[in-house]
Structures are given as structure tokens and as C-alpha cells.
Design a binder for this molecule. Structure first.
Ligand code: PSU
Ligand code: MN
Length: 301
């Protein structure tokens, strides 16, 4: 097995079959959220996981060491400048001893799978970008969700992606897409996207049962999309306008730099409203993920 530094708390939980929820670190770095909202996101998400009796396990690469479960004094390292680390970058980050590699969904899933963590929570996954016919920009997150036997809990894909194509790609990759208590695939800041959900689920027990079967059949991951809580949502018309302007401003930008820049512009255009919505959905996803992890460990125990 490749070398991973797993914190004592996470190791202990895994050894006893207690619930653990993996978390990425890109969202907490300057690439995902501005300071001090990034620290608030980290605190609220980890607290929500603990409130349900599960152990949070943040993934990151620190001084070239892939880490699962950070000590409190290490949090500030991922809150600052960091190198975006997707699954393909893990080997580079280790070999070149990157000081701080902030893991994306794909890198986190690879690390969770290696450590034996079955439930992971994020804000929004990467997906198929608008105009992908021209640019070919499809996030490695989608392939990683298909490959690794881990549940990903999200509030949909990043808001400025091509949602119908992202859902279509997940079908092509044979990923079960579950939607929590809604008939539509959610659109991150907004609860609906107009894209029909493939499988609606009502309870976290159902999700745990699907995940268990997926693992028995050794078929890879599961995606659970949870709509943002009603009181925190931004109306679709408003957010679509902001996204359109943000994309127009960043039309020359390509590759890994796209997401951080577009998110920054969306925050500016919505006069900061996108940020509290982002924090609320990340916390809500962490909370639902913890409840699934609890049910999942009951099923196995
Ligand atoms: N969604 C957001 N903010 C983010 C991301 C997603 O609203 O910062 C990050 C996640 O870490 C995700 C990554 O895994 O962007 C995907 O990047 P790309 O599209 O370059 O694969
Ligand atoms: Mn990309």
C-alpha cells in the first residue's frame, strides 16, 4: 500500500469500524474560498460531522506527505496559498515535496479509497464545462467518482458547468446518481436545475444500502446530490446572470485556473452572497454525509 499519514483519531475510528467522513482541502484553501470564510467553512463542516458522531478526515499533501486527518495546528497550512492537487498530481506532489497540496475531489477520493474511507463530502464536484466541445474541459472528478469505491456527497456540480452534460457523463461512466429528497439534480447555489434526477432517495439509510451494494459488486463510487437548504439558496435567475458575467470576464482562461477565478468573480458580482450560500451547502453536505457514514457503519457492524 502506498504511504499515507493517517491521523491517530482517524486510524482508531477505522480500526473500530466507527463512521469517518473524508473532506477535500481545495475548498478551504485560497483556491476555493476567500479568508476568513474558508476557515469558517472548515470549522462548520467538521463540527457538523462530529455532531452526528462521525470523525472528519481532511485530506492534503503536507511537505510531500499525503495526509488524512489533520491536527488542529495544521489547519492554517491549508487555509493559505496552496497548489491545486488533482488525482494526477498526487505522485508529482509527493516526489517534488510540495509544501502544501490542496486536494480536489479526485485526489481526495483516491486517498480515501486507499485508506478505507467510504464516505466523502464536498461542496460541488467538477464536471463538464460549458463549451467543452471546443476546450475538452471535463473534470477528473467524474472519472475518479466512477473509479473509487467511495460515496461523494455534494450540492451538485460547480454552478458554472454544463449540468445536463455532467449528468450525462456520469451515466456514461456508470455512476449511480442519487438525489436527496428532490426530483431534480441540484444546481449548487440553487435547488433546481431543470435536469431530472435519476434516483430520488428519502433517507440516509437508503444511501448507505446502495453504497454497500456498490462495494459488494466492486463497481466504483456513488454520487449523492443534496440540494442547498431552502433558506440559503440563491434564486436561479439571479445566479445564472452572475455566472454569465463571470464567464464573460474569464473567457481567455483555461485549465486548472478556471475554477478559482470564476468563483472569485461570482462572489464579486453577487456582492458576496455566493459565499454564505457556499458555506451553508458545504456544512449541510457534511451533515448528510456523516448521517450516511453512521448508517453505513451500522450496516457493516
Ligand atoms: N466547486 C466549487 N469550488 C471549488 C471546487 C469545486 O464550488 O473550489 C474545486 C473542488 O476541489 C473540485 C475542483 O474537485 O474544484 C475541480 O476542479 P477542476 O474542474 O479543475 O477539475
Ligand atoms: Mn478542468
Amino acid at each position: 500500500m502506498p504511504h499515507l499519514r493517517i491521523s491517530a483519531e482517524v486510524q482508531d475510528a477505522l480500526a473500530h469500524g466507527h463512521p469517518v467522513v473524508g473532506l477535500e482541502s481545495t475548498i478551504y484553501s485560497h483556491l476555493g474560498l476567500p479568508s476568513p470564510s474558508n476557515q469558517e467553512a472548515l470549522e462548520r463542516s467538521t463540527a457538523a460531522i462530529r455532531a452526528h458522531g462521525a470523525v472528519p478526515a481532511i485530506t492534503a499533501i503536507l511537505d510531500g506527505v499525503p495526509c488524512i486527518g489533520l491536527e488542529p495546528h495544521e489547519h492554517e497550512r491549508i487555509l493559505g496559498p496552496a497548489e491545486k492537487t488533482s488525482e494526477r498530481d498526487i505522485s508529482v506532489a509527493i516526489a517534488r515535496r510540495w509544501p502544501v497540496g490542496a486536494t480536489t475531489v479526485s485526489a481526495s477520493l483516491a486517498m480515501c479509497a486507499t485508506a478505507g474511507i467510504s464516505v466523502f463530502a464536498t461542496g460541488g464536484i467538477g464536471g463538464v464545462h460549458l463549451g467543452s466541445e471546443e476546450t475538452g474541459d471535463i473534470s477528473a472528478d467524474l472519472g475518479a467518482i466512477a473509479l473509487h469505491s467511495v460515496l461523494t456527497v455534494c450540492a451538485g456540480a460547480k454552478a458554472f458547468l454544463d449540468i445536463p452534460k455532467t449528468v450525462e457523463f456520469l451515466e456514461t461512466e456508470s455512476v449511480p446518481v442519487l438525489v436527496y429528497r428532490s426530483d431534480e439534480f441540484p444546481m449548487f447555489y440553487a435547488r433546481s436545475s431543470g435536469v431530472a434526477a435519476s434516483r430520488r432517495v428519502e433517507s440516509t439509510v437508503e444511501v448507505a444500502e446502495v453504497l454497500a451494494q456498490r462495494i459488494v459488486w466492486d463497481q466504483g463510487g456513488v454520487l449523492l446530490a443534496v440540494p442547498i437548504p431552502e433558506q440559503d439558496a440563491i434564486p436561479a435567475e439571479e445566479i445564472l446572470g452572475a455566472i454569465e458575467s463571470a464567464l464573460a470576464r474569464t473567457s481567455g482562461v483555461q485549465g486548472a485556473a478556471v475554477t478559482p477565478l470564476v468563483l472569485e468573480h461570482i462572489a464579486e458580482i453577487t456582492a458576496g452572497r455566493s459565499i454564505p450560500a457556499n458555506l451553508a451547502l458545504a456544512e449541510n453536505n457534511a451533515s448528510v454525509a456523516a448521517q450516511v457514514a453512521v448508517e453505513f457503519s451500522r450496516l457493516l457492524g
